[in-house]
Design a protein around this ligand. Structure first.
Ligand code: UD1
Length: 420
């Protein structure tokens, strides 16, 4: 298994190009199932999760061509309506094929994802919404088995705000008969990006970006081209790295308008930040200030940035109180940060981080995607060598992270299985 070897202490200086957003690209790839025409996508990040999604779609009969960051998909000849356990277990977002398959083909069999490292993460809201649209759904042999002649528009209020739940229901509703209203919808920019592609395909969606999305079903959708929005979490991760290690970088191809809560918190931590329409310049020439925060749904502070801002807080001046409100078990990086000398107390959903002047490098193990990113940030700020093991998690969601960091002066290298 690959590892990252980081020698901390270098300040970061230079430019990084931000990749397309993983969490926008995944539902968008699944939306290709909604039409027999070709979908052309640009700015698709080259990530393990994207490869998994293309494999998943491929075994259903979707043809795809992937070169650099462009993907062309054709679901003209779909031969299987099933998402098998082997793929779903490696990537929960596979559940995003459920809505498109059911609404276009009247049938779908998708393995239940089960638990994951950061919590239980059920899909009951996806199911509840599809049932409200008239689907007949059973759980059989670990699969969600869904059937419907044609889905019917419905008024659906999810019990909690769910990102992939909103996306699945929105994709199901575009080909349903009549009007669907999604209340308590997620407002994440990735949902708006998906809605924009669907509208280019002929869907009639309004209100995306707000908590009430109205979808008027159409009989069929056609091909379209779309550029995936920039990854706000990847961008935020690099900004946290500068906050913890110091330096000055410019992020290109960024979407600062989607990063309000992240940029506010980083400014509170002492970073100087300047933005244009698609770039962010940030600099940090002192020790960061402790900055407490609570994770919440967009436009609040994202849970996917919690671990990275915590890493910054481990070397900050003062004590920060962090509350994780979205997932019940998302503090697994804490123990590993502790091995590097961080001082963090956990009580339920609350973490109290008392900054130390410096972390010391250690061998640490990544447990999930964003936890891995926090360990890389800690390693960049630490004194001495840090080895981050099990970085396959990192490869699920960051495109060439070590190359990008090296290009701004970080001392970081990948040890491949053979070399390690
Ligand atoms: C998405 C993101 C993930 C991010 C998360 C929260 C993708 C591919 N993944 O995950 O990176 O961390 O949003 O911003 O976009 N819940 C239920 N029942 C459901 C659905 C959700 O109880 O049917 C709960 C979850 O357990 C969790 C909360 O609702 O506690 C929010 O989860 P949700 O927004 O659905 O997360 P994902 O869409 O899986």
């Amino acid at each position: 298994m690959d590892k990252l070897l980081i020698t901390g202490g270098n300040r970061l200086k230079g430019e990084i190009t931000v990749s397309g957003a993983k969490n926008a690209a995944l539902p968008i790839l699944c939306a290709s199932l909604l039409t027999a025409d070709t979908i052309t996508l640009d700015n698709v990040p080259n990530l393990k999760d994207i490869g998994t999604t293309l494999r998943l779609l491929g075994q259903m009969g979707v043809q795809s061509e992937h070169s650099n960051n462009t993907v062309q998909l054709s679901a003209a000849q779909v031969s299987s309506l099933e998402a098998p356990y082997e793929l779903v277990k490696t990537m929960r977002a596979s559940i995003l094929v459920l809505g498109p398959l059911l609404t276009r083909f009247g049938e779908a069999r998708v393995s239940l994802p089960g638990g994951c490292a950061i919590g239980q993460r059920p899909v009951d809201q996806h199911i509840k919404g599809l049932e409200a649209m008239g689907a007949d759904i059973k759980i059989e042999h670990g699969f969600v088995v869904a059937k419907a002649k044609r889905l019917k528009g419905a008024s659906i209020r999810t019990d909690m705000v769910t990102v992939t739940g909103t996306e699945n229901l929105m994709m199901a509703a575009v080909l349903a008969e009549g009007r669907t209203t999604l209340e308590n919808a997620a407002r994440e920019p990735e949902i708006s990006d998906l809605a924009e592609l669907l509208n280019k395909m002929g869907a009639r969606i309004q209100g995306h970006g707000g908590d009430r999305i109205i979808i008027d079903g159409v009989d069929s959708l056609h091909g379209a081209s779309h550029r995936v929005i920039a990854d706000r979490i990847e961008a935020g991760t690099f900004l946290c790295a500068v906050g913890a290690a110091g330096g000055e970088i410019v992020l290109r191809n960024a979407a600062p308008e989607t990063m309000g809560a992240i940029l506010d918190k980083l400014q509170e931590a002492g970073l100087a930040i300047e933005c244009g329409s698609d770039w962010i310049r940030c600099s940090m020439h002192k020790r960061p200030r402790a900055t407490g925060f609570r994770t919440s749904e967009y436009p609040g502070f994202p849970t996917d940035m919690q671990a990275q801002l915590m890493a910054l807080n481990t070397v900050a001046d003062g004590t920060a109180v962090i509350v994780e409100n979205i997932f019940e078990n998302r503090y697994m990086h804490v123990q590993e940060l502790g091995r590097m000398g961080a001082s963090i107390d956990i009580d339920g959903h609350t973490a109290v981080v008392t900054g130390v002047p410096q972390l010391s490098g250690a061998t640490v193990m990544a447990t999930d995607l964003r936890a891995s990113a926090s360990l890389v940030i800690a390693g960049l700020a630490a004194y001495g060598d840090t080895t981050v093991e099990r970085i396959y998690h990192l490869d699920r969601g960051y495109e060439r992270m070590e190359e990008k960091l090296r290009s701004v002066g970080a001392n970081i290298q990948r040890l491949t299985r053979e070399a390690a």
